[in-house]
Design a protein around this ligand. Structure first.
Ligand SMILES: Cc1cc2nc3c(=O)[nH]c(=O)nc-3n(C[C@H](O)[C@H](O)[C@H](O)COP(=O)(O)O)c2cc1C
Length: 189
C-alpha cells in the first residue's frame, strides 16, 4: 500500500474516454459514495446529493440534450458541445454530484457550494482507493437552464461534477503543476 502523502503527490485523473469496464459493483460504489460524503460541511447541511446515471438513463439524456442543441441553432461551438454530450455515452459508471445549496441564515451559499466541490474531489480519491480511475467533468448542459429538466434538477440545484469511473490501463502522463513559489506567500504583519 502506498503512503497517503505519496498518493496525494502523484495522483492524477484519467480521461473519461479512456475509462472502460469493469466499473465498480454496487457495494464498491456505495462505499465510494460513503467516503465521498465525508467532507467538511459547515452546519452539517449535506448540501449535495448523488445520482447514478445508468447507461439507459445516459442514452435518454444524450437524446434529449442532442435535441436541445439542435433546437438552439445559434449556440456557439455546437460541434464541441455535441462532443461533450457524447462523452455521456462512454464508460461503465457515471455519477452526478448535485449541489443543493440554499439561502441559510448562518451558512453562506458559497460555503455550501465549496462543500460540493470537496465531495467531487473525494469521489475521485474514493475511486482510486477502490482501484478504479476517474475524471471530474462538467459540460455545457449543466449551465443551460433549458437542460435542467433533462437533468432532473430541483429548484436551486446545480451539477457540481459528472464523475466518470472505470478501469484504464493507459499510463497517465504527468500534468504541469503550479510552482509553489507562484502560489504561496507568507504574511508576517
Ligand atoms: C469543476 C471542474 C470541471 C471540469 N470539467 C472538465 C471537462 O469538462 N473536461 C475536461 O477535460 N476536464 C475537466 N476538468 C478537469 C479534469 O477533471 C482534471 O482536472 C484534469 O483532467 C486533471 O486532473 P488531475 O490533476 O486530477 O490529473 C474539470 C475540473 C474541474 C475541477
Amino acid at each position: 500500500m502506498i503512503e497517503l502523502a505519496d498518493y496525494l503527490k502523484t495522483r492524477r485523473s484519467s480521461l473519461s474516454m479512456s475509462l472502460e469496464a469493469p466499473g465498480p459493483d454496487e457495494a464498491q460504489l456505495k462505499d465510494m459514495l460513503t467516503i465521498a460524503s465525508r467532507v467538511p460541511d459547515h452546519g452539517k447541511l449535506a448540501p449535495w446529493r448523488f445520482v447514478l446515471w445508468t447507461p439507459d438513463a445516459r442514452k435518454t439524456m444524450h437524446q434529449d440534450l442532442t435535441k436541445l442543441l439542435v433546437a438552439k441553432p445559434d449556440m456557439p461551438e455546437a460541434g464541441k458541445k455535441q462532443q461533450g454530450t457524447n462523452k455521456l455515452l462512454h464508460g461503465p459508471c457515471v455519477v452526478a454530484v448535485i449541489s443543493k445549496s440554499s439561502n441559510h441564515p448562518k451558512i453562506p451559499q458559497w460555503e455550501q457550494i465549496l462543500s460540493a466541490g470537496a465531495v467531487c474531489q473525494n469521489m475521485l480519491m474514493a475511486a482510486n482507493a477502490h482501484g478504479f480511475e476517474a475524471q471530474w467533468l462538467t459540460a455545457w448542459y449543466i449551465y443551460d437552464k433549458d437542460a435542467s429538466s433533462i437533468l432532473q434538477l430541483e429548484q436551486g440545484e446545480a451539477v457540481a461534477g459528472i464523475i466518470h469511473i472505470g478501469s484504464c490501463s493507459t499510463p497517465k502522463k504527468e500534468r504541469p503543476r503550479p510552482e509553489l513559489g507562484d502560489i504561496y506567500s507568507i504574511r508576517e504583519s
